[in-house]
Design a protein around this ligand. Sequence first.
Ligand code: IVH
Length: 684
Amino acid sequence: MVDERFESPAEYHAAIERIRDAAAAYYSGPDLAMDDADYDVLMRRVAATEAAHPEWKPEDSPTEVVAAGAGVVGDVVHSEPMLSLDNVFDEETLRRWAARLDKLLGRPAAGYTVEPKIDGLAIAARYESGRLVQVATRGDGRAGEDVTGQARRAAGLPEKLTDPVTIEVRGEVFMTEADFEIANGMRTATGEPPFAHPRSAAAGTLRAQDRTYDAPMSFLAYGVRGLGDGPHSAAMAELNRLGVASTAGMPVCATIEEILAAVRELNEHRATLGYGIDGAVIKADQPADRDQAGSSSRAPRWGIAYKFPPDTRTTRLKAIEVQIGRTGVITPVAVLEPVQISGVIVTSATLHNFDDLVRRNVRPGDTVFVRRAGDVIPEITGAKLDERPADAQPFEPPVTCPRCGGEIDRTQKRWRCTTGRACGAREALSYYASRDCMDIEGLGGKIIDMLIAAGRVTDPADLYDLDAPTLMTFDRMGEVSAAKLVNAIQASKAQPLGRVLTGLGVRMTGRSMSRRLAAHFGSMEALLAATPLDLQAVEAVGPERAVTIAAELAELRPVIDRLTARGVNMAEPDFRPRAASDDSSPSGSGSASGSADGVRLPLQKEDGSPMTVVVTGSVPGLTRNEGNEAVERLGGRSSGSVSKKTDLVVVGEGAGSKAAKAEELGIEIMPAETFAELLSTLGA
Ligand code: IVH
């Protein structure tokens, strides 16, 4: 990636000032002035500008000095400067760094460690005869602030070592996710605003002058002086033995390929560590290599940070919506200004529960920190209080259930509508029975209301237990209509999987997405076994949708099992598993109605991939949904809008602008009658 340079000295100097301000906030207190990703981009643009215009660069450019020249000071002078690390952001640059180090040494370095880059605050801790005597922050690298009192409470930085050695330990004070939860609980209990983010919480707690509460903190060492001159990995193990938590046990790699594998592994497991990391640190393991490579004024040449894409970013909280789950659980959900977090556009995030929402003190209009860790649903960790709009109003939690108006049970953290599963049952059952879903004729709103009121049904599976005598006990249900309704309900058991899925109302899916899922996986069993990554193989399923679908299916599991037990079909008719090579088909959509036996369906292209077909206007004898289903049975992929990518438009009576657009773009048009004939000829 080429970083965009600044065009003028004025723009360049303004950027330097912004970096200094952000760094001052970062190093000195709980407020973060800029999110890490923006900071890194700005720093890279400054470096790129300096490479092109070295004459603009001041001696104290943030690219040259520790802490970006944030002007942080303290009175504890470090035994030797606490340096920073240079950053790389991709594998190619990491390879070049390792090659440069080998060249500098005149031979390959004798082993590298790969450690997590902990997102906390650097400290130096001095032990004399095994006793912790002083802890200082990094400050400007030369001298830092005394934080001995607070740091004594960090887990992993013991008061007394197992041996009476005199050493200086360097490492990171941070908050684990569990520490952060406890810290915010304590802080808000004392009436203070919550911390927005674990890093700022650690900074605020470590530097707190008056200790109104004792929030937990943790420590992990990544360096030590005074333990002899063995390899770094051995020194870390020795620290562990002395009782100090350290990066011991991390892999020692011999080659760049091993380093890259270890970095990838760390990135993949990042979400499971229980604390925030923002990268990997790669270091020469042998002191001889380190001595020979040396350091610049800012950073060592024997180590480098490989920055991971940030898992936390800031964005604007547009609104807070209230979501009511199938079991009546009521949760606040954040609607966000779209923001990209590690390659994924995030538009909504969970706010956990109403207590948490109040505790985190977030309001619509706030700039909030959003964290997305691996496959976990994005969450809001807190708000930037210094950027709160003057007119931001606290969110008012609902007084009654927004769906059914029922009472809310607030005795647990997770609020519930006291109506439980019956809340929303009318909506869910009507949708399940509707023509585009299970198509159960005669099961209208009135009878559904009566069934719910009588406690006969709360979810779709209950429908299949109904018999005629039971139905006849209801108003205006005679023998004939009761028998007809039971038949219609029983007949719906044969509907294809795509319709069952639609009827279940999986969030973030509609009819066509449900059909696509059914076509791709073929059976409910396969779909339930799919991981979010598997789900992403389906067209138009991105990471956010994949996680939601997986979570929804897990929640629906009991209903699905009950439907299966009652004989509801859970397979897609004519499903043929895709051959492995189909995965690389240009469309990648994995149409199930397929050419595994070499026969091409009418709406498949020569390479077997589906034609993109838009049905507009009415097709004789079919609803719009049935028309779309038919397209897919014929090997095509139905779409709602005409674009250059459309292969065919089926035009029926009442077609409007879509037909005109198809003509304008020169797309093939098929009259609806021809389409209907094609269907009946093929018996599709
Ligand atoms: S080694 C000479 N190892 O990252 C510099 N630093 O961006 C030695 N950090 O100042 C630093 N985890 O505060 C090292 N495993 C690790 C680290 C680590 C976090 C921090 C440290 C450093 C900053 C540089």
